[in-house]
Design a binder for this molecule. Structure first.
Ligand code: N2P
Length: 368
């Protein structure tokens, strides 16, 4: 009470209005779970005086539903490229005042160029992290059940005779229709970016064949499930799987037991590459603070700190100086040319295509 009174007095003396004060102090961020070094938020508040209310989500669909409903209360959100593309078209984001993001000078031109596919002229978004959708697995449990077969293939996930052998030790799949369906189309030799309902249907048929062996659709809990050795395999995201690997190693240090051996495979048939990006919803209340935040996240040292913590590649070229060697040299995080050639991207699905995808996905999830 007393502090409010003093602050109000100070603001009145300085001639600040109530809204200027709000701009001064708060920021509402909605980001993916397990997607930041928490000390970065503390440092940000120390450096800028801006308090961050930080909420998390684990699916683009959840974020999109909120954005389309409006009045999210968020100042910064982090959609993936293909979602961003239709959200921009829907008029959800404000164009960024780049004069307030000088650290854009450190952006990685290659990534900026790829992001422009979704956001022409890079007008509305700044890349935060990017990664791939592949296979996380428990090395020992899979080996016990499948022997020494190569794991860098989607056969593991999409051949019922193989996946059935992993049913008993747990199979998880991301709850992400617009990632899993393109992956299945790629496996079938179709264009993973196909918008043709028949292709989507074919992917659905493939998925239904392996449905009996899937225990859960999950896009965040699988990190701990893999780390604890509770599951055998997860169709999941690169950095999340590497976080599971580090959590398993940490736990082993504490318990003095051998670590659960987790690894990530980028299948030879190809894998989806996606970009997650900062954007400011048009009803954001704290636009200046949002720009300060995006600029802060683009400091090379800060971007590197996040990458070192979450094991995802970022869109900041200069930050690579500060990135741990084992992350920077890991071709599943920072792909080599050979790996890069295997990655594909997808563009946005317009609502009629989206409806087909949702229908196929719901049938897949229900299993009938
Ligand atoms: C963070 C996952 C973010 C990657 N846990 C998906 N775009």
């Amino acid at each position: 009470m007393r502090r409010h009174f003093v602050t109000a007095l100070l603001c009145a003396t300085l001639g600040w209005s109530g809204s200027a004060l709000a701009q001064e102090k708060v920021l509402n961020v909605f980001n993916w779970s397990d997607y930041i070094d928490p000390t970065v938020l503390e440092d940000f508040t120390k450096e800028t005086g801006i308090k961050v209310r930080y909420d998390v989500f684990d699916s683009n669909e959840v974020l999109e539903t909120k954005l389309l409903a409006g009045k999210t209360g968020y100042d910064v959100v982090v959609p993936s490229g293909s979602f961003l593309q239709r959200q921009i078209k829907a008029g959800i984001f404000i164009p960024l005042d780049k004069s307030k993001i000088p650290n854009l000078q450190y952006a990685w031109p290659e990534v900026t160029k790829r992001l422009a596919v979704y956001d022409p002229d890079n007008a509305h978004a700044v890349n935060y992290m990017w990664g791939t959708t592949g296979i996380g697995y428990n090395v020992d449990k899979v080996k016990e059940r499948l022997g020494d077969i190569p794991l860098n293939t989607w056969d593991i996930m999409f051949k019922p005779e193989i996946l059935s052998k992993l049913k008993d030790c747990g199979v998880y799949v991301l709850d992400g229709p617009e990632e899993v369906i393109p992956t299945a189309m790629k496996y079938l030799g179709l264009d993973p970016n196909s918008k043709n309902p028949e292709d989507i249907q074919k992917a659905g048929e493939l998925l239904m064949k392996v449905r009996p062996y899937i225990k859960k659709f999950d896009s965040s809990g699988y990190i701990n499930a893999l780390a604890r050795g509770d599951i055998c395999i997860a169709l999941g995201w690169s950095g999340d799987v590497f976080q599971a690997k580090s959590r398993a190693a940490e736990a082993a240090k504490k318990t003095k037991k051998a670590p659960v051996n987790v690894d990530y495979a980028l299948p030879k048939e190809g894998a989806l590459m996606w970009f997650d990006n900062f954007a400011i919803p048009k009803d954001a209340k704290n636009i200046d603070n949002a720009l300060v935040f995006i600029n802060y996240m683009m400091k090379p040292e800060v971007a590197a700190k996040n990458t070192n913590y979450i094991s995802y590649a970022n869109g900041n070229l200069e930050s690579q100086k500060y990135i741990d060697k084992d992350i920077l040299s890991n071709p599943s995080i920072y792909p080599s040319k050979e790996v890069f050639d295997r990655l594909f991207i997808v563009t946005t699905n317009e609502p009629p295509v989206q409806r087909v995808i949702t229908k196929v996905w719901n049938t897949f999830k229900r299993g009938k």
